[in-house]
Design a protein around this ligand. Structure first.
Ligand code: ZN
Length: 302
């Protein structure tokens, strides 16, 4: 492991909440964002600008943006699937970075955003250009990079080709998402290595779900292979409404614990994350999957 630090991105307010049956109040979302900032997060995926009929949890995107804390040092990310969503995100005046999503396979792309995979790449490039024209930054995520809920295996070279195409549009980074949590650490090492080489000098971000218990191992493997940015969601909330069987993200506190103990700086305060994860469990009225928040603090303080 050569990395001494990573950039941490909190995705709980968007990816974490979008698949929850309980509709979370806007005020609670803002409290979650404030807690993430207080714990050290400087990039936060705050919402998505998608069809509220399909994703009712994100229907308050405009209200969330209007209530975001005024912070020059925090990058607020809004996720979009099409140019209409990008226009909505731009119109809020509060989103700093637009996240475009492409899908590696046709069947999932059609289910997720009504486009083929190739169409999703074209649209993502338009979204990135549009964001940059407005003085915003943009990033691109390749969903189902490690496996598709409908088509199964995804060829690594296919993902590399998509990453190269996206890089042409000038995003701040390319992200590989294991949307349905099927990746294993060897697969992650190979694909992160290939994509890192293909899009150099652009950074590679990883987005791992813990559906099959490989989430943390995959994060570790990705960082070792050169990924410099890691997504996680407080408490391990999350899932995708369009991906059958998708479960939670890797938990922020679990990622921060693992990397921190291994000497890789995340800029995050573990104690505050643990406390916030417990708070979030009360808001969601259930036990969250994250493990570190359920265990005694180690090492003991005081
Ligand atoms: Zn996700």
């Amino acid at each position: 492991m050569s990395a001494s630090s990573i950039e941490f991105v909190e995705v709980g307010p968007r990816d974490g909440l979008q698949n929850e049956k309980v509709l979370v109040a806007t005020a609670d979302k803002i409290a979650l964002i404030e807690r993430a900032i207080d714990a050290g997060a400087r990039r936060i995926e705050v919402t998505s600008f998608v069809n509220p009929k399909k994703v009712p949890q994100m229907a308050d995107a405009d209200a969330v943006c209007a209530a975001l804390p005024q912070r020059d040092d925090v990058t607020y990310i809004g996720l979009v699937m099409n140019l209409r969503g990008a226009e909505r995100a731009i119109a809020t005046g509060r989103i700093n970075q637009i996240g475009a999503v492409v899908v590696s396979t046709d069947r999932f792309a059609l289910a997720n955003q009504g486009q083929t995979s190739a169409e999703s790449v074209v649209v993502a490039k338009e979204i990135i250009s549009r964001a940059k024209a407005e003085g915003l930054s943009a990033q691109a995520t390749i969903a189902a990079s490690f496996g598709c809920p409908f088509e199964g295996e995804v060829a690594e070279d296919q993902v590399v080709v998509i990453a190269r195409q996206l890089a042409e549009a000038g995003p701040v980074e390319i992200a590989l998402a294991d949307t349905i949590g099927v990746a294993d650490p060897a697969h992650v090492a190979r694909l992160v290595g290939k994509v890192t080489a293909a899009v150099h000098p652009l950074p590679v971000r990883v987005h791992c779900h813990n559906t099959r218990g490989t989430g943390l191992a995959n994060v570790w493997s990705a960082v070792a292979a050169g990924a410099s940015v890691v997504d996680a969601a407080l408490g391990g909330l999350g899932g995708c409404p369009f991906a059958p069987g998708a479960a939670g993200n890797v938990a922020s506190e679990d990622v921060v614990y693992m990397l921190g103990r291994a000497g890789i700086a995340t800029g995050m305060d573990l104690g505050k994350l643990v406390e916030s994860s417990q708070w979030l469990g009360q808001i969601m009225n259930r036990k969250l999957p994250g493990m570190v928040a359920q265990a005694p603090l180690f090492p003991k303080v005081g």
